[in-house]
Design a protein around this ligand. Structure first.
Ligand SMILES: NC(=O)c1ccc[n+]([C@@H]2O[C@H](COP(=O)([O-])OP(=O)(O)OC[C@H]3O[C@@H](n4cnc5c(N)ncnc54)[C@H](O)[C@@H]3O)[C@@H](O)[C@H]2O)c1
Length: 363
């Protein structure tokens, strides 16, 4: 029996989901929905999906086993909670939500329903990122003591004006930290472990005519291990220099994963792990750095496929997916803490995720 999956939201990133789902054996995309029904119909026609409907409620009448969520971030909560209540497994786009309380409600709803709940952070599937994670686990890097996430991106003003929801606190929940840097913050905390304190500043330097949220941020994070890390993020760079996450471990090893141009598979730019040293110099003046966001998304599609495969396997086997709702709550908590710290001028203590809900079924 095929796993029957629906796609919620038929905008830009949904194409990666349709292509990914169609490559996974044993998965059938049975429908898609968008309040803009014309958009849903055009999307369905482009991807050979038989049913296009105008609401999540209608989509859920098609007999789904699972759905993927590609709506703007503030809409993630209502879709994930509705899916959980309907017993439908769910793979949601990042960020999990725009505030930590919403993320907690989503995790709790999924726990209570006993559904599989994954969140899309496809960069974790890059071999270069997994190589760092493996070298932390097997002790070659050792406990990471210093980290750095650098997100130096270019977005033209048309990126913000094309989608009315972008760049507003009520409809986007944040700016570069919430939408772009949350990927590298996820990777940083995947490498460094549980974050416990955050301080930082957000600013709007470049795109102030078009957005009210931040286009730039600087932050410091401390981890339960005693390690610390910095985060630097902007969408205001004139040339897009991509993303880099670097860790220094207790063994003195340094490893980085660099994504340049943005959307291309990350590579280990620096790898000075005992007995094994490599350097790469990817910046050359003939590289086209300022890719359109559709090209950035297209470059990430193969890794969407790997995460969708992982999710389908998790549903079928009952194991946890590679990135759980709790994992995604952790990166959101760091983003939210930078906002709070910038607003209050204080260091913010992070609260741990709530304990799993025990129900009659999972006791
Ligand atoms: N993993 C990645 O690399 C990646 C890349 C881009 C976007 N994203 C995430 O994907 C999400 C969507 O981003 P996008 O760029 O595709 O946005 P988009 O604006 O292009 O598309 C969003 C779509 O959701 C629809 N929508 C809104 N409310 C809905 C509802 N209640 N039910 C169903 N559909 C609804 C909109 O009409 C629109 O068609 C965001 O959360 C974003 O962070 C992830």
């Amino acid at each position: 029996m095929a796993l029957r999956i629906g796609i919620v939201g038929c905008g830009k990133i949904a194409g990666n989901h349709a292509r990914a789902l169609q490559q996974v054996p044993g998965v059938e995309v049975v429908g898609c929905c968008d309040p803009d029904l014309e958009r849903a119909r055009t999307f369905a026609a482009a991807h050979g999906i038989t049913r296009a409907v105008g609401s999540v409620a209608e989509l859920f009448t098609l007999g789904l086993d699972a759905c993927t969520v590609c709506t703007p971030h503030p809409v993630h909560e209502e879709v994930v909670v509705a899916a959980a209540q309907a017993g439908i497994h769910v793979l949601c786009e990042k960020p999990i939500a725009v505030d930590v309380a919403a993320a907690d409600r989503m995790v709790e709803a999924a726990d209570r329903a006993g559904i599989t709940f994954g969140v899309l952070f496809q960069r974790r599937f890059w071999p270069a990122a997994r190589r760092i994670r493996d070298a932390i686990d097997d002790g070659r890097i050792g406990v990471p003591v210093l980290g750095e996430a650098s997100v130096i991106l270019h977005r033209p003003s048309s990126y913000y004006s094309a989608d009315a929801w972008r760049g507003r606190w009520d409809t986007d929940g944040g700016g570069v930290l919430m939408t772009q840097a949350v990927h590298q913050i996820d990777m940083l905390q995947w490498f460094m472990g549980e974050a416990v304190q955050v301080s930082g500043f957000i600013r709007t330097h470049t795109h102030g005519e078009h957005i009210e949220t931040e286009d730039s941020a600087s932050a410091v994070v401390s981890f339960a291990s005693g390690g610390t890390a910095t985060v630097t993020a902007t969408t205001g760079a004139n040339h897009n220099l991509g993303n880099r996450v670097t860790v220094l471990g207790q063994t003195g090893a340094v490893a980085s994963v660099l994504e340049f141009p943005e959307g291309q598979e990350g590579v280990n730019e620096i790898w000075t792990v005992p007995g094994d040293t490599e350097f790469r110099a990817p910046f050359t003046s003939d590289v086209r750095a300022n890719l359109d966001v559709t090209e950035v998304n297209a470059g990430l599609a193969d890794f969407h496929t790997l995460q969708v495969q992982d999710f389908a396997d998790a549903v079928l086997t009952g194991r946890a997916p590679a990135v759980t709702g709790r994992d995604a709550r952790a990166s959101l908590a760091i983003v939210a803490a930078v906002y709070e710290s910038s607003r209050t001028g204080r260091v913010v203590d992070l609260t741990p995720a709530p304990a799993p809900v025990t129900t009659k079924e999972n006791a």
